[in-house]
Design a protein around this ligand. Structure first.
Ligand SMILES: Nc1ncnc2c1ncn2[C@@H]1O[C@H](COP(=O)(O)OP(=O)(O)O)[C@@H](O)[C@H]1O
Ligand SMILES: [Mg+2]
Length: 347
């Protein structure tokens, strides 16, 4: 039996029980009153009086029941309105709990309001964290720029120091500009209408070109670069995918000390393309591994400061791979190296 049908049947049973109970009550009452007062009333009249009294009793019972029910609904609506007012004022810590039973519909409404408040609260926390991260990322280069620009006012500065300060100002300005580029990129990827433009192209050629474009960086660090790239055609957004490989390869160069090695492999596995970027770099802890795809996360902040990073690269990578229904995961051993594996459907 359906839930609605059960409710109806139990309502009818309750109605009957109350009605019969009231008639029985009326019967005992009138039997007592009539023996004391009027003795010669006809049984039919007594029956009618009993039935009417029973009906009156039942109506009274249900009216009281209804009044209590209406009072509870009023109380529930007042609590819901108060909670919604709190939410509209920006207080998302609200958790509604009435302490008495309400109808299923009202219960569902309350659950949804609690869920909405919880989600808004989480979003608010993320927003605050984002603002504090952005402010920090902007503040540190600005502090250096201001400091070194002030130092340049000194006439006694040697030409060597002057050049060094100018180059720091330049580097910090580049850092700021990269931060703004990355944030714009992430915002445009996260915009709801952001779409990918898939085209068929040779993935191995794309990765090879990026490895070659990074040659100045890896040769400068005397890093041995190896590429094992099977010929593979993929249907994906070419320009977005190139950002994935640039970010992963730049990271492996950045986090691999001099004379280390990097290996980039590409092969087909069933209906997927699998690309691995492995390095013999500094690696990362298990804890860091869990967070590196979060915005602004940097495993080693002190080291990163000298390494020109804002912690947005891997969030962008992850977002692009998600948009292609792909997958990325990382294996790493501290001090030994890191391997990023990207799995992408071929079409
Ligand atoms: N190949 C790697 N080896 C070791 N750590 C890495 C590697 N790639 C990424 N990481 C860690 O993940 C963090 C986040 O990377 P990313 O989002 O690209 O930010 P960024 O490069 O700007 O620091 C890095 O700061 C670093 O700690
Ligand atoms: Mg990076």
């Amino acid at each position: 039996m359906g839930k609605g049908k059960m409710k109806f049947v139990s309502g009818v049973v309750l109605l009957l029980v109350v009605y019969v109970g009231c008639i029985a009550g009326a019967f005992f009452l009138t039997a007592h009153v009539f023996t004391v007062t009027i003795e010669s009333l006809s049984p039919v009249l007594i029956q009618i009086i009993n039935s009417l009294l029973g009906l009156l009793g039942a109506i009274l019972f249900f009216s009281l029941f209804q009044m209590k029910h209406m009072a509870q609904i009023k109380q529930a609506l007042a609590a819901i309105t108060a909670a919604l007012e709190k939410i509209s004022r920006g207080d998302f810590t609200t958790h509604l709990h009435l302490g008495f039973r309400v109808s299923e519909e009202v219960e569902a409404l309350i659950n949804n309001i609690n869920k909405m408040a919880l989600e808004l609260n989480q979003m608010e926390k993320m927003r605050q964290e984002f603002i504090s991260n952005v402010s920090h990322e902007i503040q540190s280069p600005l502090t250096s720029i201001r400091g070194f620009a002030q130092a340049l006012h000194n006439d006694q500065l040697s030409s060597g120091d002057r050049l060094r300060f100018i180059s720091i100002i330049e580097t910090e300005s580049i850092r700021l500009s990269q931060l703004s580029d990355s944030m714009l990129k992430l915002a445009s990827l996260e915009a709801e209408n952001s779409k990918i433009t898939p085209v068929a192209y040779r993935l191995d050629k794309q990765i090879k070109n990026i490895i070659l474009a990074c040659e100045p960086q890896w040769t400068q660090k005397k890093i041995e670069m190896e590429g094992f790239l099977d010929q593979l055609e993929i249907t994906a957004d070419e320009s977005l995918m190139s950002q994935v490989w640039i970010n992963l390869i730049h990271n492996s160069i950045k986090f691999t000390p001099e004379s280390g090695s990097i290996r980039v492999e590409l092969h087909r596995q069933g209906e997927n393309a699998v690309c691995r970027v492995s390095d013999t770099g500094i690696g990362m802890t298990e804890e860091d591994r869990l967070h590196i795809f979060e915005r602004f996360y940097k495993a080693d902040k002190a080291r990163n400061r000298s390494q020109q990073g804002n912690g947005l690269g891997l969030s962008i990578v992850k977002k692009i791979i998600d948009m292609h229904q792909g997958n990325i995961h990382v294996e790493s051993i501290v001090g030994a190296g890191t391997t990023f594996t990207v799995i992408l459907p071929l079409c």
